[in-house]
Design a protein around this ligand. Structure first.
Ligand code: CDP
Length: 225
């Protein structure tokens, strides 16, 4: 078996997909592409343009019309890429709690998904890519050479997200983070279009009792020819 060229990593909020995806892409010399940031950028656009999150048609139009630029990192402040929309660097703004609270509603709109999936597929089909999200193995790249579904309990994921917030100097309350993680899981797994689920042929990794290094090593082993 050759080294997989198209690698899909899916899983729920804060399961460690981005950390794993970034390290794996680096080790293989592949492009790392985080699809969540596109849904976050559309959410940011709606809020920035004072479009109500419940205005499906208007939010969808933003997803269809506004290009989201993802470029190499311009600053060494922990970012893995720059996210530019309408000439503005929104890399960190899209990680704010207000975006977390609204992104799952935006990503449930079929038109938004259609617009973003089209762009993601174009990038993914070039190969030599690690693409991370919720529906990569099931919808965006169903023919991916390797599919990983990274899971962990809601409590463990909330603890990680809470620690991350504190490290970034953001105020954080564990119980609140846990409630939000559970709510986002609920919306992501129950939406009508492309709900979060493991592809039938995905390798499931449960990271509850594994360190980030151990998860990486297991994924790396799956890439051996
Ligand atoms: O990093 P975290 O897991 O918290 O979130 P993310 O990967 O940045 O994704 C944010 C939100 O975008 C998710 O909760 C999903 O609602 C949505 N999303 C999606 O629907 N499909 C994807 N391929 C990626 C993200």
């Amino acid at each position: 078996m050759p080294v997989p060229s198209m690698i899909a990593i899916d899983g729920p909020a804060a399961s460690g997909k981005s950390t794993l995806g970034f390290r794996l892409a680096e080790a293989l010399g592949y492009l790392y592409f985080d699809t969540g940031l596109m849904y976050r950028a559309v959410t940011w656009l709606a809020i920035h343009h004072q479009v109500s999150i419940s205005a499906e048609a208007e939010v969808t139009r933003l997803a269809e019309d506004v290009p989201i630029e993802v470029t190499a990192p311009s600053q060494a402040d922990g970012r893995v890429c720059d996210v530019i929309v309408e000439g503005r660097d929104i890399t960190w703004e899209i990680r704010q709690p207000q975006i977390d609270a609204n992104v799952s509603a935006v990503s449930a709109y079929p038109g938004v998904r259609q617009a973003l999936t089209r762009q993601q597929r174009r990038i993914g089909l070039r190969g030599r890519v690690v693409m991370v999200g919720r529906d990569i193995g099931t919808v965006v790249l169903p023919d991916a050479d390797l599919k990983i579904y990274l899971d962990a309990s809601a409590e463990e994921r909330a603890r990680r997200r809470h620690d991350e917030n504190l490290q970034r100097g953001m105020p954080s309350d564990y119980q609140e983070v846990l409630a939000k993680v559970i709510d986002r899981d609920r919306i992501d797994t129950t939406r009508a279009v492309a709900p979060l689920s493991a592809a039938a042929d995905a390798v499931i990794l449960d990271s509850d009792r594994l360190t980030a290094d151990e998860v990486f090593q297991k994924a790396r082993d799956l890439c051996q020819p």
